[in-house]
Design a protein around this ligand. Structure first.
Ligand code: 5CA
Length: 157
């Protein structure tokens, strides 16, 4: 099954119908996605996998922010915290970097959502491939992803 269809199927299992939209110009990065959708880069959801003490953790991050790894490490009370390698992202989520959706993964993971996403009425996330996105309200995103809200960016910026 193609990645978009796998994402769609996993959404169906939780009773969610994503309005998947395709962008031939590509949505691989947050800035690509914002340009394609025509929205603020802050409204793009980056779905990033990290390893905290070797356990996968998913961070849903606003496209305008970078993750302060020390803050998240402290929040999780972890001894080690690092970004997962592409093959780990694929084996845990079932999707490749650049198309990783925020939920519907092979292995559900502890999920933290950037509180800055909550400032928007609508945000856009990847739908399984680097040329597709879907809109969702931050409230619904948090609910379906089972995410906890947190400050993920450096607090001194
Ligand atoms: N489709 C877009 C917007 S929805 C998207 O998926 N953006 S993303 O930010 O979630 O995915 C790209 C991110 O993957 C980059 O921001 C970067 O943090 C991460 N990434 C890129 N290359 C690697 C790599 N080699 N190892 C780990 N993470 C990587």
């Amino acid at each position: 099954m193609k990645a978009n269809d796998r994402f769609q199927a996993s959404c169906k299992r939780v009773g969610y119908q994503p309005d998947i939209q395709f962008f031939p110009e590509g949505t691989k990065t947050a800035s690509d996605a914002a340009a394609a959708v025509g929205c603020d880069v802050g409204q793009i959801v980056k779905s990033l996998v990290f390893l905290a003490d070797n356990q996968p953790v998913l961070l849903l991050v606003s496209g305008k922010n970078t993750v302060d790894q020390d803050t998240i490490k402290l929040l999780l009370n972890a001894e080690s915290f690092e970004m997962a390698k592409p093959e780990i992202v694929r084996s845990h989520t079932g999707f490749a970097i650049g198309g990783t959706p925020p939920f519907g993964h092979i292995q559900p993971m502890q999920t933290i959502m950037d509180e800055d996403l909550d400032a928007f009425d609508e945000v856009w996330a990847a739908a399984g491939t680097p040329n597709s996105c879907f809109p969702i309200s931050p409230t619904e995103l948090r609910k379906i992803a089972g995410a906890t809200l947190a400050t993920v960016k450096p607090t001194n910026t």
